[in-house]
Design a protein around this ligand. Structure first.
Ligand code: KG4
Ligand code: ZN
Length: 347
């Protein structure tokens, strides 16, 4: 029997994503973004994002079905992001998914957005091995997950205690006077700079942090260190070597992310690492992860960037994995959960 056809809906932040997946095959991935509306505010405005999702939802569903030449009646199951994310945006997606589930009389699966970022790799690189490590890094999350079974058994080893990696880049971008979001701009400048020029702090890497925070991240101290460094030079009337600041800052972030992740792989006997989330576009992280994973004998899997930013494919992929694993569907009255635990694959 053919694998079920799963429609996935993602609305946790500013991207309205709708995709169709059968097994591990992606049929279509349609996306509408409200990022342009947020850029002028220098951050995501939840109310603006919610309205944009509401307007984009039906057209994006129709676009996905049209491009895949699939009739809604052929869909076997609906998967939707239940959390974590922004409550208003999540509610728009969940409401659409519930309406489809009732209208089509097909099961609903409320799934975890962060785990979706790891699962989408299956559409590109094939099924994950029995145990894998996932590093999910974006503007909203920086988490290390031990994936024992993507549909049923995910352990959260650690997360950021303050800023996410992308968020730290955006904040440092702001203090360097770069446009929002600053992440890609810092990446570009960093490629022209010397990563060893300034030794910025590596959060939670001291011996005293090993017991409690071996797999947690903290970037707010680093961001403050960059601010202080820039302030001191400015007060002294010196020019800021922006490329070197960017390169040294990016080096510190990539160093902590890769060192902790590879240590987690070793300690848990895992030799496959998936990196997902929008921040995985970062060149410094990619280069360091490739080099250190090769040295450590770890198989590194990073999907193309269009599957790393928020999208419907990741939710349809996780929905497909969950349906095939025989997990029970969600109740039609499931709430959305802005801080959904990363150990909860489905609700
Ligand atoms: O997953 P994503 O598209 O959405 C959010 O989680 O918001 O991630 C976007 C984040 C932003 O913080 C952005 O500045 C950062 O990832 N980002 C980058 C790069 N590309 C995107 N940061 C550093 N280097 C990049 N090349
Ligand atoms: Zn995300």
């Amino acid at each position: 029997m053919a694998d079920p056809l799963v429609l996935g809906i993602e609305t946790s932040c500013d991207e309205t994503g709708v995709a169709l997946v059968r097994g591990d095959e992606l049929l279509v991935d349609a996306v509408a973004s409200s990022m342009e509306e947020h850029a002028r505010y220098g951050g995501i405005i939840p109310e603006v994002a919610s309205r944009a999702h509401l307007e984009a939802m039906i057209p994006t569903i129709q676009k996905a079905l049209g491009e895949a030449d699939v009739d809604l009646s052929e869909v076997d199951a609906i998967a939707v992001t239940a959390g974590p994310g922004l409550v208003g945006p999540l509610t728009i997606g969940a409401s659409a998914a519930k309406a489809l589930s009732i209208g089509l009389n097909k099961p609903l699966y409320g799934v975890n957005h962060v785990i979706g970022h790891a699962c989408v790799d299956q559409l590109v690189d094939g099924p994950l091995p029995e145990r894998a490590m996932a590093l999910v890094v974006s503007g909203g999350h920086s988490s290390l997950l031990l994936v024992q079974d993507i549909a049923t058994d995910v352990v959260e080893l650690g997360s950021t205690l303050d800023d996410a990696a992308g968020e730290a880049f955006d904040k440092v971008g702001r203090l360097l006077g770069l446009p929002y979001p600053g992440g890609p701009h810092i990446d570009r400048l960093a490629r022209e700079g010397d990563p060893t020029a300034i030794r910025f702090p590596r959060g939670l890497t001291a011996a005293k942090d090993q017991a409690k925070h071996a797999y947690d991240f903290s970037f707010s101290g680093l961001k403050t260190a960059v601010a202080r460094w820039v302030e001191a030079r400015t007060d002294a009337g010196e020019e800021i070597p922006v490329n070197d600041v960017a390169a040294s800052f990016a080096e510190a972030v990539a160093d902590v992310l890769t060192a902790k992740t590879i240590a987690a792989c070793h300690r848990n006997g895992v030799d496959t690492l998936v990196i997902g989330g929008g921040f995985s576009a970062n060149s410094q992280l990619r280069e360091m992860a490739a080099k250190r994973c090769a040295e450590a004998g770890i198989d590194l899997r990073i999907p193309p960037i269009r599957y790393c930013t928020d999208n419907g494919a990741m939710i349809a992929a996780l929905g497909s994995a969950v349906v095939r694993a025989g997990v029970a569907p969600s109740a039609l009255d499931i709430p959305v959960d802005s801080s959904m635990p990363l150990t909860t694959v489905t609700v």
